[in-house]
Design a protein around this ligand. Structure first.
Ligand SMILES: NC(=O)c1ccc[n+]([C@@H]2O[C@H](COP(=O)([O-])OP(=O)(O)OC[C@H]3O[C@@H](n4cnc5c(N)ncnc54)[C@H](O)[C@@H]3O)[C@@H](O)[C@H]2O)c1
Ligand SMILES: O=C(O)C(=O)C[C@@H](O)[C@H](O)[C@H](O)COP(=O)(O)O
Ligand SMILES: [Zn+2]
Length: 372
């Protein structure tokens, strides 16, 4: 399914704190000799879950064995509903039980849930130990493994407790995408699509032309999607690591999306599904405010649908939507702010009158009355 490229593609991420590489290729898990060059005297701890560990845990552990004096694994319960303090504590329990010191390297083997929690554990264990992102979902390869946002959820809001903490390296083994369920591949495509409207409309054209190939797992198409997405994310994070301005564009679709995830109960909608639908709502709000033509909303809606993602939001009462969106991290002094498109290919952070926001939501969601 995915080609065996001899040399991995490399994308560099440069932040004020240092620089690291994203390696993109096939067979990387099985051969860590080219990339696991952190202190050999250190312990390695692989953080994963049972599903991913069964598929790739042995490969990674075997390949790290020659690079580290000891390799151990800690498996967390699976899914968004477990992106919690309890799971985080399991990592700390393991690290302390194995006498892990400050040189210990954590390897996040899995999707964004594992990556976000491993990063947070690495940021805080002994006030900071190195970690390597080994993303195994499309979503994690194109987005969550890059840029150093780490977090856990709170029942009242997504990613509410976390830290900015960059990985030492990101290793995207495209071969792992072969075992990804179709629904998870679609979820990853949402974050790929995101980069078009906010940054690169030529990439949006390319995604439209290659959607069938991407969904079929075409190796070249996936490799390009991962590389271009990482290039754009690296460029944005390089300019604004801590989201004091530009980086907020990466949150396109997320004000609505996070409200859907928290409002429906974490895990009911996948993050990528909520973001796909959230982008349709954010584009529609951009049109409502006269920033983009209606044709752009229709184009984005067709593409999100073509990716196999929902474009109609779940039924929630108006007040519930507003309550959920008011806790968004971009809100200021109680004012909800959205990433809006203006014009296609560029985005900015804006607030909008509640009645216009609710009108857009009503137009693009299941009516509350018919929800039951
Ligand atoms: N830090 C960031 O910048 C950032 C960016 C985007 C998303 N996120 C976060 O990422 C999370 C979503 O990540 P996700 O979509 O990867 O979900 P996920 O981590 O829940 O993984 C999806 C599912 O796929 C399984 N899986 C993983 N790799 C597999 C493989 N190769 N083959 C078969 N099954 C596999 C997992 O066990 C899991 O059940 C959310 O919590 C979101 O908030 C963070
Ligand atoms: O890297 C970023 O910046 C992003 O916003 C990427 C998003 O896709 C991602 O879901 C992120 O975790 C959302 O961040 P949050 O600050 O809104 O929790
Ligand atoms: Zn996201």
């Amino acid at each position: 399914m995915v080609m065996n490229s001899a040399r991995p593609r490399t994308v560099a991420v440069a932040t004020p704190g240092g620089r690291y590489d994203i390696l993109i290729g096939s067979g990387l898990l099985q051969d860590a000799s080219s990339w696991a060059d952190l202190p050999a005297s250190s312990q390695a701890v692989i953080v994963s879950n049972a599903t991913v560990d069964a598929l790739y845990g042995d490969d990674l552990a075997a390949s790290l064995a020659s690079r580290h004096r000891q390799v151990s694994r800690v498996l967390l319960p699976e899914g968004e509903a477990h992106k919690t303090w309890d799971s985080l504590n399991r990592i700390f329990d393991h690290l302390l039980a194995h006498a892990c010191d400050r040189k210990t390297v954590l390897y996040a083997l899995g999707g964004g849930v594992i990556g976000d929690m491993t990063g947070f554990a690495a940021a805080t264990y002994m006030r900071g130990v190195p970690f390597v992102q080994v993303p195994t979902t499309l979503l994690a390869q194109v987005d969550s493994s890059v840029g150093g946002k780490t977090a856990i959820n709170h029942p009242l809001g997504k990613n509410m407790i976390g830290a900015f903490y960059q990985p030492a390296r990101v290793v995207c083994d495209l071969g792992t995408l072969a075992s990804l369920p179709a629904r998870e591949l679609s979820a990853g495509l949402a974050e790929v699509i995101k980069y078009g409207p906010i940054f690169d409309m030529a990439f949006l054209d390319w995604i439209e032309d290659h959607m069938v190939a991407l969904r079929a797992g075409d190796a070249e198409a996936l490799a390009h999607a991962v590389q271009r997405s990482c290039e754009i994310k690296a460029e944005v994070v390089g300019q604004d690591e801590r989201e004091s301005g530009l980086r907020a564009i990466l949150n396109f679709g997320h004000t609505f999306g996070h409200a859907i995830e928290a409002g429906q109960g974490y895990g009911a909608w996948l993050h990528g599904e909520a973001v796909g639908c959230g982008m349709v709502l954010a584009a529609a709000l951009s049109a409502e405010l006269g920033l983009v033509p209606g044709a752009f909303v229709e184009r984005l809606t067709r593409l999100v649908q073509a990716a196999g993602l929902p474009t109609q939001a779940p039924a929630m009462p108006d007040e519930r939507w507003l309550e959920l969106m008011r806790v968004d991290k971009k809100a200021e002094a109680g004012a909800i702010r959205f990433v809006l498109i203006d014009p296609p290919g560029r985005a900015s952070l804006r607030s909008a009158p509640d009645d216009q926001v609710l009108r857009v939501i009503r137009r693009h969601s299941v009516p509350v009355a018919s929800a039951a």
